[in-house]
Design a protein. Structure first.
Length: 317
């Protein structure tokens, strides 16, 4: 029977329900937790996060995938407490958002060392928590091209994915040719990889989303809600209709089985103010209504938010 690793233990893919596939309990640059300006007590983080997860659950949300990775504020003991309190399944990630957020200990590590780290977090657990990672995060460092360290992390992720059967999720879909070359060299089927952020306002015209899909990759429209219409538009902002049209055009080309959608929101941002008013619940308050208004039926909504994530997250043995 296939399983998905959640922080409270493995569950069957059918138990995931509605999945928010790229979200953050709290994302920050390494060291932000030490900065006086941005200091948050555990109680403050908890108080900011619990209502958002409870609302997610009340809206019909089943599973929250935390795409934070090592070094950016991931805290699995805390996630376990949040999951137990709210009833939301939380999937944690091993791996790194990008080489440029890997702390020196990992930045100097060999591919073999990184593979052992990722595999341990997936099979034995993160630290001594017993909570296992259910996904491997990788990403291209800021600058737009994969660095040598990024490539080591991608290669280690591919090997750990093959050894354990968990999937890979990328931060950014830029420089996809290099990424796909590494996955192919390692023999990782591309339907085990979700290429994220094809829709973000900065990179949307640089990501070759249809080309990646033609290669067999899964495609993440996962920055829904970062809108230029917001009072204080964030860096990745894009006009709401333009992003929606991009998504509808893409699935209209017969690619609905390859897409995943999410809001990439932070329940309690670390070391930055976050985007005011933007939460994972955008999926329910705005995105699903927009999709229905555009003519998508229940079956299509289920494909995007239930069936595709279940197929992606299920551990392949
Ligand atoms: Zn993210």
């Amino acid at each position: 029977m296939p399983k998905v690793n959640t922080v409270l233990g493995p569950i069957a893919p059918e138990q995931l329900g509605f999945v928010a596939v790229h979200e953050h309990i709290g994302y920050g640059m390494p060291g932000s937790e030490l900065d006086t300006k941005w200091w948050k007590t555990p109680e403050e983080r908890f108080a900011e996060t619990i209502p958002k997860l409870r609302e997610f659950h009340a809206n019909g949300g089943g599973t929250f995938v935390d795409a934070t990775g090592i070094c950016n504020g991931r805290d699995v003991d805390y996630y376990r407490a949040l999951s137990a309190r709210t009833g939301v399944h939380i999937v944690a990630s091993t791996g790194f958002v990008g080489g440029d957020t890997a702390l020196p200990l990992f930045a100097r590590a060999t591919v073999d060392y990184l593979v052992r780290q990722f595999v341990h977090e997936i099979t034995a657990g993160i630290g001594s928590s017993g909570g296992r990672a259910g996904i491997i995060k990788v990403g291209v460092s800021r600058g737009g091209r994969m660095t040598d360290l990024d490539k080591r992390i991608y290669r280690a992720a591919a090997r750990a994915a093959l050894q354990t059967g968990v999937p890979v999720l990328t931060h950014l879909a830029i420089d996809a040719e290099n990424a796909i070359a590494i996955f192919r060299e390692e023999g990782l089927p591309l339907d085990r990889v979700l290429f994220g952020h094809v829709d973000d306002g900065v990179n949307a015209d640089k990501t070759r989303d249809t080309w990646i899909a033609d290669q067999g990759g899964r495609i993440g429209f996962d920055t829904f809600g970062y809108e230029t219409e917001l009072p204080d538009p964030p860096f990745w902002a894009r006009p709401r209709k333009e992003r929606l049209d991009h998504f509808l055009r893409f699935i209209g080309e017969g690619r609905i089985d390859q897409v995943l959608a999410s809001a990439d929101a932070n329940c309690s941002p670390l070391g930055w103010p976050g985007v005011k008013g933007h939460t994972v619940n955008y999926l329910f308050t705005d995105l699903v209504p927009d999709l229905r208004a555009a003519g998508l039926d229940d079956a299509a909504i289920t494909t995007i938010f239930v069936d595709n994530p279940a197929a992606f997250l299920a551990i392949q043995n």
